[in-house]
Design a protein around this ligand. Structure first.
Ligand SMILES: Cc1cc2nc3c(=O)[nH]c(=O)nc-3n(C[C@H](O)[C@H](O)[C@H](O)COP(=O)(O)O)c2cc1C
Length: 422
């Protein structure tokens, strides 16, 4: 599924939103996700999506960011299930493509009403519903509630016996980081499938694991191969020149905020634990002291370190060269002097700025693992590093960055200016 598109901006010809319609050549199935609260707008956006080759469209009713909710879009649509059903009925009637809907279990500040919402969506003709098992208020602060997701599935199964009522496929979403968590969620909740968010950003090979029902636990060198492929895709897309690099720099160092969270979590060691709490909350497990330098480098969490790794990947002309350069870097006195050798240290207070990444980056992303919900051993350490101020959701961070990137593009300002807040 593509990134959420504001339908109104798309229809006004906004180039950023238009770019989100684009289907990659290797997409077997492609869905365009739109944010709208207007039938006509939704139908027009659906037609553009159809022209762009999408297979279906999805209505976003899960996005909790202010940019969306202040316009009565995203998760705010969950406040009035009857109005939402009218919207879905109207878009479905006029759209050349099937319409699925992505929801959270409640709107901001609202009671959990996902059972009623899905019941109405089913009657309104939604082709499928994806449920992110948190409320809009929760953002990422709690573990996803798969019991509520299971109840919705059960409602659907029961109503299948009621003549005339369609059954709507339900996809579950929240905290899936391993193939065995996906398997168990499907088995226990009865969902037709799962959607994965942060797990795919952390382990881009997660879908291969699902397909093969087994884990791939890549070595540091193999991971570098995957990460370099990502850099190469960005080169292909944005161009292998200064401008292409400038564009890629909005994404590549940022992506390491997720990639550095990779941990091998074999079922034999973590299967039991995953039943008590999602493994999404245990990604900060510390590295053993004897871990090799290259492993430690890939675990480093500082934005400066991510910038440095990204530069090395961008410049390397083969996987072997990238491994060799990063190994050199991991063993260098410069890296060590910057405190970067201590992968367990969080690095946000690194005394020296190596690259040009913004200093507030780690703060912005500090809400990713929910230690409160996990209550695990590592949680205290993580909590101490968190800022007191209200935390932004990951979607908000992405939206914020896009706005900033657009501003920079418009003003010709450089991507990141050292020492300034973005
Ligand atoms: C960086 C980022 C961008 C996201 N963008 C979207 C989006 O455009 N549309 C959407 O429906 N959800 C979006 N989400 C939410 C995810 O699809 C998903 O619902 C959420 O992260 C919970 O799943 P997870 O626990 O597997 O991460 C985004 C999440 C992240 C981390």
């Amino acid at each position: 599924m593509g990134e959420m598109i504001f339908a109104r901006m798309l229809l006004k010809g906004d180039r950023t939103e238009q770019a989100r319609l684009r289907r990659a050549a290797n997409e077997k199935l492609y869905c365009v996700q739109i944010a709208t609260n207007d039938i006509e707008e939704g139908v027009s956006a659906a037609k553009l999506a159809a022209d762009a080759g999408a297979d279906w469209i999805d209505l976003n009713c899960g996005c909790p960011i202010y940019e969306a909710t202040r316009r009565n879009l995203g998760s705010s649509l969950l406040r009035h299930p009857d109005k939402l059903a009218r919207l879905v009925r109207g878009i479905t009637a006029g759209s050349p493509l099937p319409l699925s809907v992505k929801v959270r279990i409640a709107a901001e500040g609202g009671e959990i009403n996902v059972r009623e919402v899905v019941s109405q969506l089913r009657d309104a003709g939604a082709a499928a519903v994806t449920i992110h098992g948190r409320t809009a208020t929760d953002r990422y602060s709690k573990a996803a509630d798969w019991k509520v997701i299971a109840q919705v599935v059960e409602d659907g199964v029961l109503s299948a016996h009621e003549a005339m009522r369609p059954v709507v496929p339900v996809l579950g979403n929240g905290d899936i980081l391993t193939y065995y968590e996906a398997r168990e969620r499907i088995e226990l909740s009865g969902v037709h499938g799962v959607m994965v968010g942060r797990g795919a950003l952390t382990k881009p090979w997660i879908f291969q694991e699902f397909a093969e029902s087994r884990a791939w636990e890549p070595t540091a060198a193999e991971r570098i191969g995957v990460y370099r492929r990502l850099a190469c895709y960005m080169k292909e897309h944005f161009g292998d020149d200064a401008r292409g690099r400038k564009m890629a720099w909005y994404f590549l160092p940022w992506h390491f905020d997720f990639l550095c969270r990779y941990r091998a979590l074999p079922e034999s060691a973590f299967g039991e634990q995953s039943r008590r709490q999602p493994l999404m909350q245990t990604r900060f497990e510390e590295l053993p002291d004897e871990a090799p330098p290259l492993e430690r480098l890939l675990y480093a969490r500082g934005p400066e370190q991510h910038e440095w790794i990204a530069s090395t990947l961008w410049e390397a002309d083969s996987d072997a060269a990238a491994v060799s350069k990063l190994t050199e870097l991991a063993e260098s006195s410069e890296w060590r002097a910057a405190g970067a050798h201590d992968a367990n240290a969080g690095l946000s207070g690194s005394a020296r700025s190596i690259g040009t990444a913004a200093p507030d980056e780690t703060e912005e992303l500090a809400n990713i693992p929910s230690d409160d919900a996990a209550g695990g051993e590592g949680s205290k350490k993580q909590r101490r590093r968190r800022p007191e101020k209200p935390l932004r959701s990951e979607e908000e961070i992405v939206a914020l960055r896009a706005v900033r990137a657009a501003k920079r593009e418009a003003t010709g300002a450089p991507p990141h200016v050292e020492g300034t807040r973005r």
